[in-house]
Write a protein that binds this ligand. Sequence first.
Ligand code: GLN
Length: 201
Amino acid sequence: MSTPVIGVLALQGDVREHLVALAAADAVARPVRRPEELAEVDGLVLPGGESTTISKLAVLFGVMDPLRARVRDGMPVYGTCAGMIMLADKILDPRSGQETVGGIDMIVRRNAFGRQNESFEAALDVKGITGDPVEGVFIRAPWVESVGAAAEVLAEHDGHIVAVRQGNALATSFHPELTGDHRVHRFFADMVRAYGAAESL
Ligand code: GLN
């Protein structure tokens, strides 16, 4: 599978930017809203946006449980910002009715880096990404308070964990889809390609 089909959960958030970044990373990218659409992708991106809204819409569209099942089965997933929150097994400060997909044994703190006017950029060393540092765009971003033994920390900023991988699940506090640097999306697309290759053996 040299050209994987990667979906972007398109209920709310910065879907279009992820579709563009995935296409630039040599994947076929398409929006996913419904269980039938989820069944047809090899991997999925959970975009930034508002995690409570995404959580509630995922339940409403009937996609939350199928998504949990596919993540449990090992489908590669990548969550940015609100998407990172969606992949956390535990949120420190959930809003009422807020659920997560889970998949990464980590505890996240929402809005940890401050509110909208405290958004910022920072150069990050991200394990697995070679070359120049990755420009991290943080927008009302969460950080990871702690990770379990199965999760690997890929990047930190100011002593806080901002990128994590556990098996086929990848999460970043920041938004590589907003920078025009597609290395993180390529890293994820390669995870999807590797998964597809192993599955078809
Ligand atoms: N603060 C948002 C949340 O809790 C995340 C912000 C973002 O995705 N840029 O969902």
